[in-house]
Structures are given as structure tokens and as C-alpha cells.
Design a protein around this ligand. Structure first.
Ligand code: FMN
Length: 157
């Protein structure tokens, strides 16, 4: 039996500052995506990344079945984009400029870096799914990262 509440746990893990990404995919019903901070590199050879997707997410089931998945590492000026892609039930891509990666995944203009790959494993871990993708395409741009720390957005100076 754990001695801490869910809020305690969220508050403590929130002390770990992270970058912010938008996981994206092109689907039969148009582009889909969601804001994510559980992104990380998992293996260099092969190039594998991981992230965890909430079982409550409406976008994840659409991303999961896409042929490729995109990861957009957000730039310091993209806080409003991060907020839009964290809002359920809205047309997140309305007015957002993007271009397709080689495999078709939406790459958001202005992001700091992009990756595209194929999902190779999904395992249920509590109330989320742990996703592993093998990366086939990477590109970086100039800029500073958007960061997330203790429930708030910030930039690295
Ligand atoms: C900074 C930040 C980080 C987030 N990280 C994750 C994450 O790692 N995994 C996840 O499933 N949801 C994460 N979320 C929540 C999703 O973005 C949100 O639940 C989702 O976008 C809701 O829309 P959907 O129902 O269309 O998926 C995060 C939200 C914010 C603001």
C-alpha cells in the first residue's frame, strides 16, 4: 500500500523538468496529435524512442494505428501550440501550419526538431501505454526548447 496520494506523486515527478513534444500522425480522418512530456530516447542502434500515452486520450487510438508517428520537439515560442494540443475534443490542427515527413506524419512548422518512425511495441503500464517507436527520419532547427516544470511552461535562457 503506497504512502502517498496521486497528487503527491504528480507533484514530486513534476520536479523533473522536461522538454515538450507533440506526437503526431496522419490518419484516415485527418491529422491527429497530442502534447507529451514522457518522450525520451531509448536506444541508439537501432534508433528507438519511447513515450507514454494515457488510456483516456482520444487522439492516441488514432495515432496508434497510423503507419508512421511524428515527434515534434517544441520551440520556446510554442507554448500556445502545446496548450492547444493538450486540449481534448478540439480541432487541434485548425490554423496550424505543418508539412508531411517522408512517411506522411505531420511536422509542425517552427518546432526545434522533428523525428518520424514506426511504432514497434505498445505495452499497457497502469493507466498509460508505453510506446516504443523505431526512428527513420530526424531533422533539427535553430532555437531554444520549451520546457515544462512543476505544472508550468518555461524556456531555457
Ligand atoms: C506539458 C504536458 C505534457 C503532457 N504529457 C503527456 C504524456 O506524456 N502522455 C499523455 O498521454 N498525455 C500527456 N499530456 C496530456 C495530453 O496532451 C492530453 O491529455 C491530450 O492532448 C488530450 O487530448 P486527446 O483526448 O485528443 O488526446 C500532457 C499535457 C501537457 C500540457
Amino acid at each position: 500500500m503506497s504512502s502517498h496520494s496521486v497528487d503527491d506523486f504528480k507533484d514530486v515527478v513534476g520536479h523533473f523538468a522536461t522538454g515538450v513534444v507533440v506526437v503526431s500522425a496522419q490518419t484516415l480522418d485527418g491529422p491527429a496529435g497530442f502534447t507529451c512530456q514522457t518522450f525520451g530516447s531509448l536506444s541508439l542502434e537501432p534508433a528507438l524512442i519511447s513515450f507514454s500515452a494515457s488510456s483516456q486520450s482520444q487522439s492516441w487510438p488514432r495515432v496508434r494505428v497510423a503507419s508512421t508517428v511524428g515527434v515534434n520537439i517544441l520551440e520556446s515560442g510554442q507554448e500556445s501550440l502545446a496548450r492547444v494540443f493538450a486540449t481534448s475534443g478540439v480541432d487541434k490542427f485548425a490554423g496550424v501550419s505543418w508539412s508531411p515527413a517522408p512517411g506522411g506524419a505531420p511536422l509542425l512548422d517552427g518546432a526545434l526538431a522533428h523525428l518520424e518512425g514506426r511504432i514497434v511495441s505498445v505495452t499497457t503500464q497502469g493507466d498509460h501505454e508505453l510506446v516504443v517507436a523505431e526512428i527513420d527520419f530526424v531533422v533539427r532547427h535553430e532555437g531554444r526548447p520549451l520546457v515544462y516544470y512543476r505544472g508550468g511552461f518555461g524556456v531555457l535562457t
